[in-house]
Design a protein around this ligand. Structure first.
Ligand code: SF4
Length: 371
């Protein structure tokens, strides 16, 4: 999920984590793809036309495809394919199957994918192994249909939540798509539905004045400073993300967005001196949230699968990310798939610490889940 270094190459990881440097506070640059592809079907849609107008106004290299298939993204090797795909935006229609929404516990009731793929370069990327093919960013032009389809999933007894960040960082591409703002406006008018998104970007200005009716929860993905710095290429700095979240949470009367907000602490890793680094992060969040607001937190520990490891090592062959199976516990899902998580003693220690430290600082901001 999150910016963008202008057509940046994948950052090469250093040999060790940089544990000593001071926090940086710069925002992300707007991601501008080297190429923007439009399929014929996408251009039949009003939103496809709007994205074409935006890309044209930005002076981007535009290609109008003759067919609805996206080809030509593969390079000579994995790294070349990665570079080409990560600098390409494809505007397409989401396929019919996208209207059958998938559950996405524990974060929300259902996925709502406004796009797939992400311009950032996180070396632990959640998308590795989840999306097939080159990691191109696909923005969906049939947006009104995708939004209206959520009504099928609403229920009478409680609001139903929709997560927009399962396969992309919607804020990271918002300047090119406008889809997040449109979704915020749409959900503002739905009493039975709630929208959630999370980002590693900080370009929140376009969201600040939107009517949201408290139906969208904006979250920032945060991590210990050395991990963010070393592993999250192309994203906004941690400080910029905190300040962007603060802006969205501030009351409208104080120039903010007045949104319900949240912190997604992810992926949590027991790096050397983790208590110190995560403690400093929590202190920074506490300092920024010196006013009453609707704040939640989610805790997600690092995990990987055999498939995601293979993809990540193709994308980031020099990564410093710990992907050794030996130090992990195996967790199986009901379909027989396995993932590697931290062992039980490590998980217990992390969980107890994070709950205690969060609740001490934010007694009125509920923990939504730990995983
Ligand atoms: Fe984008 Fe990083 Fe999230 Fe992957 S983990 S989708 S690169 S922000």
């Amino acid at each position: 999920l999150f910016l963008p270094v202008l057509n940046a190459p994948t950052p090469a990881a250093g040999p060790t984590l940089d544990l000593g440097a001071a926090p940086r506070s710069h925002g992300a640059k707007l991601w501008l793809p080297k190429r923007v592809l439009f399929t014929p079907d996408a251009l039949q849609e009003e939103y496809g036309q709007q994205m074409l107008a935006s890309a044209t106004a930005l002076g981007l290299d535009i290609e109008l495809l003759k067919s609805n298939r996206i080809t030509g993204l593969r390079g000579d090797d994995e790294r070349a394919t990665y570079r080409t795909a990560k600098t390409t935006l494809a505007v397409v229609n989401a396929p019919a199957g996208a209207l059958r929404l998938q559950p996405t516990p524990p974060s929300a009731d259902f996925q709502l994918n406004l796009a797939e793929g992400c311009p950032a370069h996180c070396q632990y990327c959640y998308l590795a192994g989840s999306l097939s093919g080159p990691p191109v960013v696909r923005a969906f032009a049939n947006l009104p249909k995708l939004l209206a389809n959520t009504q099928v999933y609403e229920r009478a007894d409680r609001p139903v939540s929709f997560e927009a960040s399962c396969y992309t960082d919607v804020l990271g591409i918002e300047h090119l798509t406008g889809a997040l703002g449109e979704a915020v406006r749409y959900f503002a008018g739905r009493e039975g539905a709630r929208l959630r998104f999370v980002s590693k970007y900080d370009h929140v200005e376009s969201l600040v004045g939107l009517p949201h009716n408290g139906h969208t929860r904006a979250r920032a993905s945060l991590n210990a400073e050395p991990l963010a710095r070393q592993l999250e290429g192309g994203t906004a700095s941690i400080e910029a993300r905190i300040q962007a979240l603060r802006r969205l949470a501030l009351p409208v009367a104080q120039g903010g967005g007045g949104y319900p907000v949240g912190v997604l602490m992810a992926p949590i890793m027991p790096l050397p001196d983790w208590r110190q680094h995560y403690g400093e992060l929590l202190d920074r969040v506490q300092a920024a949230f010196d006013f009453d607001c609707d704040l939640t937190v989610e805790f997600v520990t690092h995990r990987f699968t055999p498939g995601s490891k293979e993809v990540l090592l193709g994308w980031y062959p020099n990564t410093t990310l710990d992907l050794s199976e030996e130090s992990r516990a195996v967790k199986r899902n009901k379909f027989g798939g396995l993932k590697y998580v931290y062992d039980v003693p490590t998980m217990k220690e992390l969980k107890a610490w994070f709950y205690a430290e969060w609740q001490r600082r934010f007694p009125h901001a509920p923990v939504q889940y730990w995983t």
